[in-house]
Design a binder for this molecule. Structure first.
Ligand code: BGC
Length: 743
């Protein structure tokens, strides 16, 4: 059947803008005779307050609003900048590195009392997976398939931040990432656009709460706009080659979802998108984000990215970089001294207009008003704000749901039974620091329950537990290999803790080969000679290549970098107190040479050919993989109608029965595939999922309401959404059903 494209119109932003302007002028006229300036009156609409304030500002005051400097001790070795000697009272924003609000309040006092108009400063910080109560890294969070829990964790992070003087986080990162060599895969939600959308929205909702002006909410920042996850060969900061079709299909959808969820700000990316850097890209910033999607918050550059336009070969100097960036729609300059030093001259030379500057200032003021900073500029310190009981419970639940049981062979060594003597071996067993992951804000290693501590608490009164390090993390010093071998001979079972240090992933932490360090692989091989049952516990920030060591283990648990409660949650999984329910949000290749390998690739004309000659072409563990201690049985899929029109909706249902002996969570994932279309589609695409606890013997029904445009449609290379009549397949687990869409 031939299909035809159907276009969907855009909404009229012109009408909205005109209406807002009329309302603002009306309120401005009401305030003409009041003694207090209108912008200070919280009962007035935000847009009127902005216009009033704009009318009072000098050019210099406006330009300062567009800059962000730093305050406090910067411990980020990737972000070195010019030392900030004197912060003007008129500065727009500061990255705040302190844990307590004292310094912030001092600086804010200067802004409120020494600047002419008393405009509050906006304090931002990288609160990526917790402020002090550190949660699992974002990639692990996605493996929980539990957005409600992620929202809860982000709300705790927001509260700790706001009570400590931070109003704005540079999170969530929603860069779809398909190359595990790239260290920043740890900061996002994996390889799938839909999963990044769902978790991006959950974190925006968690950070921002119901209302940004609540004193416990912070502003979110969607980053890095856009395409950063496509960094060539997994190397950080480099060029990306992204076709317009792939930009719309893969990289933009999570951002559109985040904007629709009300994200207050966006950060532009470091990468050069097919020749035009993201920090000065008028198509992505102005045309898509601001015009097409009506985003009315502001865009901040990434650290020093405006001056880096020169290194990218896009501009002759920082002045031209400033001109290109602001004209493209980049509103705030993070630590470049580009806007403060160049904007006035550019305006005088006619290369930047007053309108462009005003529009950027308006957007920044809008976020400050929405956050209630004019009314509540200071932070009152709350003494017991960190590591509260309920925050730790969330950390423990999220760590438990994020961990993925990758393997549990027919010997079923997990959950641990009938073993009395446990040998815990490996360089990651006692570490607290490495379990925090990268970007751990004010996380303190002493807060972390190590695997060793967790195992001792869980099994200490019933089992005999001993430890040997076995080897160093990555050097060739084998710290006590012979002790480890003796321990394995003594034990009934070996729990081996291997992995990556936390600075092996995150920013500027690419790896060319994603195997474990050779010394750790060799430890696994040596200890396996003991013939004892072996369980591997992995802590790492990216999918790893496990082909060389996987055969040595009866069971493998991917614990990720699980944060403060990691050891407790892991021990619960080992004992069976917790039934594992995590499933992979990113494919584990068999080996590095398969990269990129991800489930939603486009189809090949010869799917029976084109395999590697030297290795299997299948990943070791695919997207969605994750075992449980119970088993589930899926019914066939039922559908309310197998033929529908594009304006109809249809519901597909499937029943899932827990046929095992213990309760367990099952995540039911609904995929759609379109056998042929005018722009080819991936093999299959995730469209909906639900995670539910099912008791033994119980059957639960899961459903997916299919909206043809949203779930069967796709975009063209200009972002127009279409749905084409024809056949589609809906798949769940190993079941599938056909759905026909007519005109
Ligand atoms: C990173 C951003 C981060 C910013 C501020 C940059 O180097 O790419 O993700 O938010 O620094 O710390």
């Amino acid at each position: 059947m031939k299909k035809r494209k159907m276009n969907i119109g855009l909404n009229d932003k012109g009408i909205l803008r005109r209406t807002l302007l009329t309302i603002s002028v009306f309120f401005l006229s009401l305030n003409t005779f009041a003694s207090e300036p209108l912008y200070k009156d919280s009962s007035m609409p935000v847009e009127s307050r902005i216009e009033d304030l704009m009318g009072r500002m000098t050019l210099e005051e406006k330009i300062f609003q567009l800059n962000q400097y730093t305050l406090g001790w910067n411990n980020n070795e990737n972000n070195l900048g010019e030392e900030v000697k004197e912060i003007p009272a008129e500065i727009g924003s500061l990255i705040y590195f302190e844990e307590d609000p004292e310094l912030r309040n001092l600086m804010q006092k200067k802004a409120m009392e020494e600047s002419r108009l008393g405009i509050p400063i906006l304090f931002g910080y990288d609160v990526i997976h917790g402020f002090r109560t550190i949660y699992p890294i974002s990639l692990a969070q996605a493996c929980s398939w539990n957005p409600a829990l992620v929202k809860e964790a982000c709300a705790v992070a927001a509260q700790e931040s706001r009570m400590s003087g931070v109003d704005w986080t540079f999170s969530p990162m929603i860069d779809v990432a398909r190359d595990p060599r790239w260290g920043r895969v740890s900061e996002g939600y994996g390889e799938d656009p839909y999963l990044n959308s769902v978790f991006g929205v959950a974190s925006v909702e968690g950070y921002q709460g119901n209302n940004l002006s609540d004193t416990l909410s912070i502003a979110a920042c969607l980053k890095h706009f856009v395409g950063y996850g496509a960094s060539e060969a997994g190397r950080d900061y480099v060029y990306t080659e992204i076709s317009p079709q792939t930009l719309w299909d893969t990289y933009l959808p999570p951002y559109e979802a985040g904007i629709n969820a009300g994200a207050a700000t966006v950060m532009s990316a470091f990468n050069d998108i097919s020749g035009v850097p993201a920090s000065a890209n008028p198509y992505t910033l102005n045309d898509i984000l601001k015009q097409k999607w009506n985003f009315d918050g502001f865009v901040v550059s990434d650290w020093a990215a405006i001056n880096q336009l020169k290194e990218q070969g896009y501009t002759a100097d920082n002045k031209e970089g400033t001109m290109r960036a602001i004209n493209a729609g980049l509103d705030m300059d993070m630590m470049n001294h580009a806007y403060d030093r160049n904007l006035q001259a550019l305006l005088e030379e006619g290369l930047v207009t007053q309108d462009v500057i005003d529009e950027a200032v308006r957007r920044i003021l809008r976020v400050k008003f929405r956050l209630g900073l004019f009314e509540n500029p200071y932070t009152s310190e709350v003494k017991d704000r960190f590591l509260r009981k309920s925050s730790l419970e969330t950390a423990s639940n999220l760590a438990a749901e994020s961990m993925v049981l990758l393997k549990n062979d027919s010997t079923k060594v997990l959950p641990l039974k009938n073993f009395k003597k446990i040998a815990v071996i490996g360089p990651m067993a006692k570490t607290q620091k490495e379990l925090l992951g990268s970007w751990n804000a004010h996380g303190n290693p002493e807060d972390v329950i190590s695997f060793w501590e967790g195992i001792n608490k869980e099994f200490g009164s019933t089992h005999e537990i001993r430890y040997a390090e076995g080897c160093d993390f990555d050097s060739d010093i084998s710290n006590g290999l012979s002790d480890a071998m003796k321990l394995a001979d003594w034990a009934d079972i070996v729990i081996m803790c291997l992995g990556e240090k936390n600075n092996w992933s995150g920013e500027n932490a690419s790896r060319a080969d994603i195997h474990l360090p050779a010394i750790q692989e060799s430890l696994a091989q040596t200890i396996s000679a003991s013939g004892k049952p072996m369980v591997l516990i992995l802590t790492n920030g990216r999918p790893l290549a496990l082909d060389r060591i996987e055969p040595f283990f009866n069971a493998i648990v991917e614990a990720w970098q699980p944060g403060v409660a990691g050891g407790e949650s892991l021990a619960g999984i080992l004992s069976g107190r917790i039934n594992p329910s995590g499933k992979l949000a990113m494919t584990f290749p068999l080996t590095t040479g398969q990269i990129p390998i991800y489930y939603n690739r486009r189809k090949s004309g010869r799917h029976h050919q084109g395999f590697y000659k030297d290795i299997s072409s299948e990943p070791l563990y695919p997207f969605g993989h994750g075992l449980s201690y119970t088993d589930f049985e899926y019914s066939d899929i039922k559908i309310s109608s197998s033929e529908i029109k594009k304006s109809d909706k249809v519901t597909a249902t499937v029943s899932v029965k827990n046929i095992g002996e213990i309760p367990g969570y099952e995540t039911v994932m609904w995929f759609v595939s379109d056998p042929f279309s005018t722009i080819t589609r991936p093999v299959k695409e995730l469209k909906h999922f639900e995670k539910v606890n099912i008791n033994p013997g119980e059957t639960r029904e899961f459903s997916f309401e299919i909206d043809p445009l949203k779930d069967l449609g796709f975009v063209d290379n200009e972002g127009n959404k279409f749905v084409e009549p024809g056949d589609y397949y809906i798949t769940v687990n190993d079941k599938r059903i056909k759905l026909t869409l007519t005109e």
